[in-house]
Write a protein that binds this ligand. Structure first.
Ligand code: NAD
Length: 485
């Protein structure tokens, strides 16, 4: 199979943006290098846009909005159906792109990053079959209408998945969009733009402009012709976007950072829960906003948990992401590698107990942004490693004495995105789950549910993605009085 980089280079897409149904040259000449985190080699240069590129993409989206927002649901569902089919057909190409742009283990990209991304499109398609865009309330009609032109800003950690989680529901709602993917992992986004074209997306409905947050992201956020911004990224960027969007009174949906707790109740089957908890914390190498990176454990069971957690972490195979037996590749990029290393050093300086891992690369890996899966124990709730999002393979085990204290620790961060509760007595598990201030809570490691709304309390964000709620983010409500006689 042709490599994704060669595929994009031969088509000439690396230096272009997808605007109004065609591949256009950018106005300026700025570029950014894409670095393969496994080799530290530059593998491609992509064009970076500016305000004028944003203007032309937004104008195309505005022009298309009038007709697209009035299409019958079935027409939008048919487009999403073709997109879904093509994503699965091109699964291997996308998986290879993700591996070289952000280091996902190829097995994980094939099994999770791409198919779960396709699920967001499928769910958006299926919701269109039943969603009541008009309902009667007496003589008044309640109409749910597309909000307009949407700027979609996405991060590098689950690049394709974050794109489909926005594009699927926005297009289902009847919106038109301008996507600005992360400048650190733009290859899968370029492939996605080509896929939208191949799926027969009408010109202007989907547009892509690559660029930095400070230039293209900020231009979208402040643009008077953009009605809504949805950003997934750091709390820092989410705040800047909201500030830039305020003067034009846009709707702003923010999916931001997290520091999710995993409460292990005293009656938990540790042999099942601890390995699953470690696996969840280190999924995608901990580069997941809702990774449960704080494991809260009854003080009397700390010893048992440390042994089980270390055993689970030692089974992870960190290495060449293209190898079939690798479970975890490198950290996605150099700034993030440095941040993870710095936070591991902070944990040591704070005198948390190092259970496994530590600073530096695994001994057999000298090139590549590889980190050692690291577990700290005896972590106090006020330590930086208990409070700050690390976004890497670092798990903090925190002791507690009573269930009330566990709940208090779970809620004791500025974040509120994900949470987990483990225990045998389901009534207690449910009661604890209800007291956690977060947008999702997982009871005893259930299967992933693409229909479950996802989003944050507190500084983890505003709004919800996935499922029906994910599409409703992109809808306005119109009350038409006297609509019915
Ligand atoms: P980031 O905030 O650096 O960048 C995210 C996106 O925002 C990028 O496209 C970036 O270019 C853009 N951006 C940055 N500054 C901007 C600005 N001033 N104006 C407009 N756009 C701007 O985040 P990242 O490093 O790419 O991703 C990691 C972060 O994303 C973590 O904090 C993680 O928790 C969060 N995240 C959240 C979710 C979620 O659903 N809640 C999912 C994945 C990642």
């Amino acid at each position: 199979m042709t490599s994704p980089v060669r595929y994009l280079a031969e088509a000439g897409f690396l230096g272009k943006f997808y605007i109004d149904g065609e591949w256009r040259k950018p106005v300026g000449s700025a570029t950014a290098s894409v670095v393969n985190p496994a080799t530290e080699q530059r593998i491609a240069d992509v064009a970076l846009g500016n305000d004028e590129d944003v203007d032309s993409a937004v104008a195309a989206a505005r022009k298309a909005f009038g007709s697209w927002s009035l299409t019958p649901s079935a027409e939008r569902a048919a487009l999403l159906d073709r997109v879904h089919g093509l994503l699965l057909e091109r699964l291997e190409l996308f998986a290879q792109a993700l591996t070289c742009e952000m280091g996902a283990a190829i097995t994980y990209a094939r099994r999770a990053q791409v198919p779960l991304a396709a699920e967001h499109i499928r769910v958006a398609r299926d919701n269109l079959a039943t969603y009541p865009f008009i309902t009667a309330r007496g003589r008044t009609a309640i109409l749910r209408e597309a909000i307009g032109v949407c700027g979609l800003i996405t991060p590098w950690n689950w690049p394709l998945y974050q794109i489909t989680a926005k594009v699927g529901p926005a297009i289902a709602a009847g919106c038109t969009v301008v996507l600005k993917p992360s400048e650190l992992s733009p290859l899968s986004a370029l492939l996605f733009a080509e896929l939208m074209d191949a799926a027969g997306c009408p010109p202007g409905v989907f547009n892509l402009v690559n660029g930095t947050g400070a230039i293209v992201g900020a231009a979208l956020a402040s643009h008077p012709e953009v009605d809504m911004i949805s950003i997934t990224g750091s709390t820092r960027a989410g705040v800047l976007v909201a500030q830039a969007a305020a003067p034009t009174v846009k709707r702003v949906a923010q999916e931001l950072g997290g520091k999710s707790p995993n409460i292990i109740l005293p009656d938990t089957d540790l042999g099942r829960a601890v390995p699953l908890g470690v696996g969840a914390a280190f999924r995608n190498l901990g580069q997941s906003c809702s990774a449960p990176t704080r494991m809260l454990v009854p003080r009397s069971r700390m010893g048992e948990v440390e042994i089980l957690a270390a055993a689970a972490a030692s089974e992870l195979v960190v290495g060449n992401p293209l190898a079939e037996n690798t479970t975890h590749g490198p950290i996605a990029n150099h700034p993030q590698f440095e941040r993870v290393q710095a936070m591991i050093r902070v944990g040591l300086e704070e005198r948390a107990k190092l259970v496994i891992g530590g600073p530096g690369r695994p001994t057999d890996l000298r090139i590549g942004f590889y980190a050692r899966p690291t577990i700290f124990s005896n972590v106090r709730r006020d330590m930086r490693i208990a409070q700050e999002e690390i976004f890497g393979p670092v798990l903090s085990i925190i002791p507690y004495d009573t269930a009330d204290e566990a709940i208090a620790i779970a809620n004791d961060t500025v974040y509120g995105l994900g949470a987990h509760v483990q225990g045998t007595d389901i009534e207690t598990v449910r009661a604890v789950a209800r007291q956690i201030r977060s947008g999702q809570v997982h009871l005893n490691h259930p299967d992933w549910d693409p229909n479950a709304p996802f989003g944050g309390y507190k500084r983890s964000g505003n709004g919800r993605e996935y499922g029906i709620e994910g599409m409703e983010e992109y809808l306005e409500t119109k009350a038409a009085l006297g609509f019915y006689r």
